[in-house]
Ligand binder design. Structure first.
Ligand code: SF4
Length: 344
């Protein structure tokens, strides 16, 4: 199957999932009614048994409805949004949403409030408004093109967006954030790579969370992406029951570097409503990262970061960045020198 057929044949309802996996319908239907589900046939085949790391990332679970104290948008992306779908928080960078569809709706997604939903969807008009804002804002040097997954757009649409961004003299870096090398590697076609390889300002950041995501198909996709000349990086999310053991994380970092993908960040799970069951303790995160140091080349050890609530931005977790802590929270200094409270 090509990538479009894979998307068309995705499991999106509790009934379909019950037919394929024999899972209980009611619980999944309740959760998928709030947070959409999409499991494409490629990923479905990789899931081996209930609760395994790939299953946990894809199959809705009742825990998603039980963590109401957490917030839908703790990072306040909407607050720093001058036009719909664009966040301008740091002086020289914007986050630009060009799609709210993904090849898999990850249960841990920090944009659960948006992905796969029709309400508040990205449209041609919102993309146009974002491009116009970037063109008119000379401070923007770095554009993070994200979603949803930007690479679920048609090649011609991706080409048009990149052409427009590339032509803006003050834009020096364009970063595509995509999970398709892991979740739908057949999307990385020769045709798409021919488009991407035209743009010298382009960087590509992908998202792998477990060594089992490195199939021959995924490795082929990374090989093709490497040939475009865009530097490849990876953002991983620390997830309970998926990659919160040092040996699993070390295996993932080895796979990434073997495939010429630079591990960039390990994100501590944000305090996003619907994802609390994936969050580990900070101590677990520090132990995982300490387990990488010395055992792997420095190139294979990413920064372990928290994203501060209220728009404080990302902070690498080092003992000196933590000013105080109690049972419920950390007090952390942000990049702007202000003090933020991070919920545990
Ligand atoms: S691919 Fe990315 S944006 Fe889409 S659901 Fe997964 S984590 Fe969220």
């Amino acid at each position: 199957m090509n990538w479009k057929e894979m998307l068309d044949k995705s499991v999106v309802s509790a009934k379909e999932l019950a037919d394929v996996l024999g899972e209980k319908t009611d619980e999944i239907a309740r959760v998928a009614g709030v947070y959409p589900m999409r499991i494409n046939p490629y990923w479905l085949k990789l899931m081996k048994k209930p609760g395994d790391p790939l299953w946990r990332q894809a199959v809705p679970c009742a825990d998603e409805l039980s963590d109401s104290p957490l917030l839908e948008d703790p990072l306040c992306e909407e607050k720093d949004s001058p036009v719909f779908g664009l966040t301008h928080r740091y002086p020289d960078r914007v986050i630009f949403l060009v799609s709210n569809r993904c090849a898999l709706y990850c249960r841990h997604c920090m944009r659960k409030r948006k992905v796969g939903k029709h309400q508040g969807a990205v449209t041609d008009a919102t993309i146009e408004a974002g491009l116009a804002y970037i063109e008119q804002t000379p401070a923007v040097r770095d554009v993070i093109v994200t979603g949803g997954d930007p690479l679920l757009l048609e090649d011609a649409k991706i080409d048009a967006i990149l052409k427009r961004l590339s032509a803006i003299p003050h834009v020096e870096m364009i970063r595509i954030h995509t999970r398709v090398p892991s979740t739908l590697p057949m999307r990385i076609t020769e045709g798409l790579c021919a488009v991407l390889s035209q743009y010298e300002k382009l960087w590509i950041n992908t998202h792998f969370n477990h060594p089992a995501e490195f199939t021959p198909e995924a490795e082929k996709a990374l090989r093709l992406l490497n040939r475009t000349g865009a530097p490849l990086g990876c953002q991983t999310v620390l997830l309970k029951g998926v990659n919160d053991a040092p040996e699993t994380m070390a295996g993932l970092m080895r796979k990434l570097t073997k495939n010429r993908v630079r591990p960039y960040y390990i994100h501590h799970g944000d305090a996003v409503k619907g994802t609390g069951h994936f969050r580990t303790s900070i101590e677990t995160g520090l132990a995982v990262v300490n387990g990488l140091r010395g055992h792997l080349s420095g190139l294979a050890v990413p920064a372990y970061v928290i994203d501060l609530p209220g728009g404080g931005g990302k902070v690498p977790l080092l003992p000196e960045s933590i000013l105080a802590r109690d049972d419920k929270s950390l007090t952390v200094k942000g990049y702007d020198g202000k003090t933020y409270t991070y919920p545990l």
